[in-house]
Design a protein around this ligand. Sequence first.
Ligand code: SF4
Length: 306
Amino acid sequence: MKTVIFQLSGGITSWAAARKYRDRYPDAPFQMLFADTFIESECAYRFLICGAADIAGVDRPDFWNMEIPSIDLENPEPRRMVLKALADAAMDAIPGLNWIWDGRTPWEVFRDVRFIGNSRVDPCSKKLKRDLMDAWRTERFAPDECLISVGLNWDEDERIERIKERGAPWEFITPLEHRWEGISGDQWSGMGKPQWIEAAAERGLPRSLAYEQNLAHDNCGGGCVKAGIGHWKDIFHKRPEVFAQWEAAEAGLMAELDSPWGMLADRRGGPKKPLPLSALRRRIELGDVTEIEARTLGGCACALPV
Ligand code: SF4
């Protein structure tokens, strides 16, 4: 039987995909793979550890709730050291968990490649997730020896198709699809994100603050170069410290690169113009964000070739 590699993000759907697969194939060999950017939210790390223990069928380690320093984009080293120690302890305690890293944060990648990522070009995800996970897998498996499970949901048909095409010769599976392996009557069928969150809570997994805050996603602490204006507006109101740190990091690197372009673009009329977070801040404060912009959340799908 092929080994299934559950790609975990610290979020609900990648856990749910793994849970669904394990329920269907309890005896199948598996590995869990998480690539760290060192700027995930504390909730994401806690959910990752508890979720991985749940998938592995072991008790969650007693350090699952240990204190993690807050994100500091200017000085990430103290947090990085704590997280590496946490990763080592988690891998010792949870069979099948592989917690890997390139060593840099997304902003350190942007500085190295001299380019700030955006919704179309994401060097952070490429260097810190996709390339790293591909290398990990290639060192251990041939394409016909494993399956790769990802947490795309049943309402993401286009992405599911793309990942299967672009991922070849590797075989990606999406257990949250309605019609996965023809299953239509199991306990997980037709479930969306709210139901997965409830299912996780019933299994004793910690609830992420991102769900209380109704954020579109929580990757990289809620900030993301691929997020849209609407998501950044949400972050401005709900996680002002994250907005402020990304705003400062963006302004610093734009100055260093002598470029007017940061992550976002203003597409209101005429050709698109740069929209640094400092400018978005002013527009939010003036109530100058259109309804269409506010609905532009962007799709993260970090780590996936979609
Ligand atoms: S979540 Fe966004 S910012 Fe973070 S690595 Fe992925 S694409 Fe880059």
